[in-house]
Design a protein around this ligand. Structure first.
Ligand code: FE2
Length: 432
């Protein structure tokens, strides 16, 4: 299958996977196997869906793998939705919230992550802006857990002591507490008006001040509800930055614990790659580059190193261009090196397609196509034999160029990073 931007979809294509809104209770917008019509495509665009998996001859047999099972994701979504609705009823923030379902959901996610040692986050975020709050909680938990595991096992063995002074050596128990904090990091938003979180225009100073209270609000609810101190660090400090420019406490590299450093990277990556009411989703490669560029300044360099080992800049099924001008679909990701994918090349006319592993080809790099899930079908047409690489220019731009679309995400990302916004509304505004 292939991942295609909604703007590039054509009638007659068959949907390869169910298209969800992100809500645990809503039905899919489209089912796998549906044939696209102009009305369906308009509906997807209206719903704010960024990209869709379609069945595709070149992509035959290419199957993106979720880190967690779909049923696990839906179970977690139900738990988060219930928790958020209970917390939202208590605007005074004086009650406890029930955490049993969340604990169970986190346990299952941790078990599934531990069962796949080489798990890589290789899926594009395809849900709607409306389903963001719930899916963001789950995505940050999954990504943060992947980072935490790699951090401990490969990047900084022995680093557990930084996370937990009691030095709990039971990795499963430790990850469950980490996962709980990550899953609940934004629960304070439940106490904010929904109209504020979904506001497409710039926030006023007063609104922005209110939004910036959500880490404290969340930490207060959860402390009252019996959540332990380790998990609370993710909730209270996921918007802190190493240079001291974050909020709510302005912690710096000396004082910021490790778990919120992990939460910050996971939060910003997921926020940037998700569609919001005020801007479209940025491609994974854009978010990866922006976060990498801020390593050591805003984000912990070792955490970013772990992040780069578990996140694919180009998700499986994405159309990419290589530095020699050839094009193809990302077919697979080598463990630990998701930045060097296996690429199934678009065949020349009359020849079979073939796959190359970029791990074996130091001479080749992936050249960004600047779009979420690939580009128009015309780029998939076979190259005539002997055609000069790089000449098949597209609206997405040839190798060296960037489309107007592409100019936005990096600028937007810069705002997200320097504005300490992450999964936040507020300064993360569209540039247009
Ligand atoms: Fe937040």
């Amino acid at each position: 299958m292939r991942l295609v931007r909604v703007d590039d979809l054509v009638s007659g294509a068959r949907v390869a996977r169910d298209v969800w809104t992100g809500s645990a209770t809503a039905l899919p917008l489209l089912r796998a196997g549906a044939t696209l019509t102009p009305a369906y495509i308009r509906g997807l665009r209206r719903a704010g869906i960024g990209a869709v998996y379609i069945e595709d001859e070149l992509g035959e047999g290419i199957e993106p793998v979720e880190v967690i099972a779909e049923e696990t994701r839906r179970r977690a979504a139900r738990a988060v939705e219930r928790l958020v609705s209970v917390a939202a009823l208590d605007r005074a923030g004086s009650q406890e919230v029930p955490l049993g379902d969340i604990h169970e959901a986190v346990d299952v996610i941790v078990d599934e992550i531990l069962a796949v040692p080489e798990a890589v986050l290789a899926l594009a975020d395809l849900t709607t802006a409306d389903g963001y709050t719930v899916q963001h909680s789950i995505d940050v938990a999954v990504l943060g857990l992947l980072i935490a595991r790699v951090f401990l096992e490969e990047v900084a063995p022995g680093g557990a002591a930084r996370l937990d002074r009691r030095q709990d050596r039971d990795r499963g128990r430790w990850l469950r507490r980490v996962g709980l904090g990550l899953m609940l990091h934004d629960v304070g938003k439940a106490l904010l008006p929904r109209s504020l979180l979904m506001k497409p225009e710039a926030l006023t100073d007063k609104e922005w001040t209110l939004v910036r209270r959500h880490p404290l609000l969340g930490a207060e609810i959860l402390e009252r509800s019996g959540v332990g101190p380790l998990a609370l660090t993710a909730v209270r400090w996921h918007h802190e930055r190493l240079d001291g420019s974050g909020y709510p406490d302005g912690l710096d590299a000396e004082s910021l614990p490790l778990l919120p450093r992990i939460a910050a990277v996971a939060d910003v990556f997921d926020a940037m790659t998700s569609a919001r009411p005020y801007r479209p989703a940025a491609p994974s490669w854009v978010a990866t580059e922006e976060i990498t560029g801020a390593a050591g300044r805003l984000f912990d360099a070792q955490v970013v190193a772990a992040f780069r080992r578990v996140v694919a800049p180009y998700p499986v099924g994405t159309l990419v261009r290589l530095s020699d001008g050839s094009r193809g679909l990302v077919a697979a990701l080598p463990p630990g090196r998701p930045d060097r994918p296996v690429v199934r090349l678009v065949p020349e006319r009359g020849r079979p397609s073939r796959e190359i592993s970029l791990l074996d080809r130091d001479d080749l790099t992936v050249v960004p196509l600047c779009e979420v899930g690939g580009v128009g079908g015309h780029l998939l047409e076979p190259l005539p034999p002997g055609a000069e690489p790089g000449m098949a220019a597209s609206p997405g731009g040839p190798a060296a160029g960037r489309s107007p679309d592409a100019a936005s995400p990096p600028a937007m990302a810069g705002e997200a990073l320097s504005g300490h916004v992450g999964g936040e509304v507020g300064r993360l505004r569209p540039v247009s």
